[in-house]
Design a protein around this ligand. Structure first.
Ligand code: 1GP
Length: 250
């Protein structure tokens, strides 16, 4: 079963080879700031807005941030939940994700069981996602109790990604952690991409045109950036990343 947001993402990937999604951490913005970021990111060519953060807990604020984003841009708003508190009725879809290398069953299936009835009640589109923490892993790795896949073990990343695909996940996400000093290495992206048949998302620490180009050239279908929109030069930074992604096709 493929919903309308997932269909939109797949069609965009098909027509553009690789796309960009902007991540907004609700903990770091007011609703008007989120609205400004979404508007600038959209005009720079981002394909969707993801909303979530590793340590976020206020559903009221989350609701307000998403409503502000939805009032401003027409591209999909997709939840990127760290927990059941990351669910809002105002979004278009939710990455229904399992942290595949967590040692805590809560992040593998516990939070999902608690959140599923709410997703049904709100009519949110769930998009099944296998989430894999690699390298440093940052706050997401600590909060999610992940045994991170080292950058020099790409075959381990492949094993996790394949397991996710075989369990039925529609997308695989290699996460270096927000603000990671070193983004996911192109070699790891390449071997994972060559082994799976579902779209590959890559994020964490991508800050430049060159890094975006390297990730897209290695096979990332979706590149997520969050940190770069946390300064005042949103439009310029997002445009630069998207130029990098697009120059892969040039
Ligand atoms: C984090 O992959 C995302 O979950 C984005 O990372 O904030 O480093 O861009 P950055």
């Amino acid at each position: 079963m493929v919903g309308s947001v997932e269909k939109y993402l797949l069609e965009k990937i098909e027509s553009e080879s690789a796309i960009h999604i902007t991540l907004i951490d609700p903990e770091k913005v007011t609703p008007p700031q989120a609205s400004r970021v979404a508007s600038k990111a959209k005009s720079s060519g981002t394909s969707a807005i993801m909303i979530g953060g590793s340590t976020f807990a206020s559903t009221t604020h989350l609701d307000n941030v998403i409503r502000a984003v939805k009032r401003t841009v027409k591209i999909p708003a997709i939840l990127f939940p760290n927990n059941v508190t990351g669910i809002s009725r105002h979004a278009d879809a939710i990455w229904f994700m399992s942290l595949l290398n967590s040692v805590d069953p809560y992040f593998l299936m516990g939070a999902q069981v608690l959140g599923a009835p709410l997703i049904k009640k709100y009519g949110l589109e769930p998009i099944p996602l296998g989430y894999i923490i690699v390298g440093d892993g940052g706050t997401a790795g600590v909060v999610g109790k992940a045994i991170s896949v080292p950058y020099n073990k790409p075959k381990l990343a492949v094993a996790h990604a394949l397991a996710g695909q075989y369990l039925g996940m529609h997308f695989i996400y290699l996460e270096a952690g927000s603000g990671a000093k070193k983004p996911v290495p192109p070699e790891m992206i390449r071997v994972v991409k060559c082994s799976i048949d579902v779209p590959l998302i890559v994020g964490g620490g991508i800050k430049s045109r060159r890094q975006a180009l390297a990730a897209a050239s290695a096979g990332a279908d979706i590149i997520v950036t969050g940190n770069i929109v946390e300064n005042t030069k949103v439009k310029r930074k997002v445009s630069e990343i998207i130029e990098g992604i697009r120059s892969r096709r040039a």
